[in-house]
Design a protein around this ligand. Structure first.
Ligand SMILES: *Cc1c(COP(=O)(O)O)cnc(C)c1O
Length: 398
């Protein structure tokens, strides 16, 4: 694909009419009804009023995790729940296996290193998915493995890992926990923590939960709770034993991110009115349509075997300055995509289909992509991607 244009004069952009389309995999757009709910005057958190909102959210959250147990709410970004997972279930010197297949796999490795675990990794090319057999083999050779840590959906590469198959491996062991970062898989995929045998599952507010950043969620299996009793890392804010006892009494141990919990309650109204199976289907259809568009335009997908419905990543034409393209689209067109991280910086584009995202968000994403690329001199046929997306989405509207 020849790209001849790299430097051209931009039009004057009228800021008032530059509508903003947030199409990056987090933070994601927040629905108007949720924004309005969160704009109401702050209430006090040690009140029946707050506790009834908290209970309403706490009762419904576990359905998204597929657990009968409780899902705890923590004030913090998703990484807070990742750290809480590690400090509550592991001890220094514990041997752990991290699936290192992207930026967030690296984060599991880094957190475990900071707390003194002995970390083994399965290192994969970005875009690849681990195979359950690789995990099985590792555990067979290393029966002392205390935990396997991975992502349900590795947002940096837009690839999923086969969590259900891996859970069937770990749940058959006596003492190897499966700790899953579900930050872009919970709320995107039907996730069955109890049935599959996931031991720790975490997510955050600003992805599929269509809230601002700042709230993290974590659920533990019975055997993970048993570990929490003996784990030897000092912890205070993230002591989940204390948090669990308090949240069972309809409040949080410390001041909650109460505006976000009020928003969460509204989000859960929306998700359950839509029906969770429809929420998952919507992500599937928009993911299918985005992938079809990218392929129709002739781009190479980053995730080949197991692409995520949270976001679609693909390689940009090699002559194109990806960083400049992302900046142009955000600042001059109003469309925010995500570029690549680390060695993929400037080389890939990621388009989100996560959270408050409908059919015409996908059309906007693809249409703007085509027009922007043509402005950058790429040799593509306008409408080719849009048409491929429409062919999938037409059966879904109305
Ligand atoms: C966004 C994301 C994170 C990081 O969450 P923060 O909220 O930025 O702390 C971790 N893992 C995955 C898979 C993510 O998508």
């Amino acid at each position: 694909m020849a790209v001849v244009f790299s430097n051209f004069d931009f039009h004057e952009v009228n800021e008032n009419m530059l509508k903003k389309y947030l199409l990056a995999p987090g933070p994601t757009p927040v629905p108007e009804s949720v924004l309005l709910e969160m704009a109401k005057p702050i209430l006090h958190h040690r009140t029946d009023e707050f506790s009834s909102i908290f209970d309403s959210a706490a009762e419904r959250l576990p359905k998204l995790f597929g657990t009968e147990g409780e899902v705890l709410m923590l004030a913090g970004s998703g990484t807070a729940a990742m750290e809480a997972a590690v400090v509550n279930t592991l001890s220094p010197g514990d041997h752990v296996l991290v699936v290192n297949a992207g930026k967030f796999g690296q984060r599991w490795r880094d957190i475990c290193n900071v707390f003194g675990m002995t970390v083994s990794t399965i290192d994969l090319e970005w875009g690849e998915s681990v195979k359950a057999e690789q995990i099985e083999e590792f555990i067979k050779e290393n029966p002392d493995t205390k935990a396997v840590l991975l992502q349900g959906s590795e947002t940096s590469t837009t690839a999923c890992h086969p969590v259900k198959e891996i859970a069937s491996v770990t749940s058959a062991t006596d003492d190897t926990l499966l700790i899953v970062d579900g930050i872009t898989s919970v709320g995107v995929y039907d996730t069955r923590m109890d049935e599959w045998g996931i031991d720790v599952l975490v997510t955050g507010s600003q992805k599929a939960f269509m809230l601002p950043p700042g709230l993290a969620f974590i659920a533990l299996s019975d055997r993970a709770w048993a570990r929490a009793e003996n784990a030897s890392i000092p912890r205070y804010y993230f002591d989940l034993r204390k948090e669990r006892k308090t949240q069972q009494k309809s409040t949080t141990a410390y001041t909650p991110a109460l505006t976000l919990i009020i928003g969460l309650n509204k989000v859960l109204d929306m998700l359950f009115e839509e029906g969770l199976e429809n929420v998952y289907r919507r992500h599937q259809v928009n993911g299918d349509a985005t992938r079809a568009a990218v392929k129709a335009l002739g781009f190479e997908m980053l995730a080949k075997d197991n692409p995520s419905n949270a976001a679609t990543g693909f390689y940009l034409p090699s002559e194109l300055d990806g960083g400049a393209f992302v900046k142009f689209m955000r600042e001059k067109v109003g469309v925010t995509y995500a570029g690549g991280q680390d060695h993929l910086k400037g080389r890939i584009l990621r388009i989100s289909t996560l959270g408050y995202h409908d059919v015409f968000d996908t059309i906007t994403a693809v249409s703007a992509l085509e027009m922007g690329l043509v402005r950058f001199g790429a040799d593509i046929e306008l409408g080719k991607g849009v048409s491929a997306a429409q062919n999938i989405l037409k059966d879904y509207i109305g």
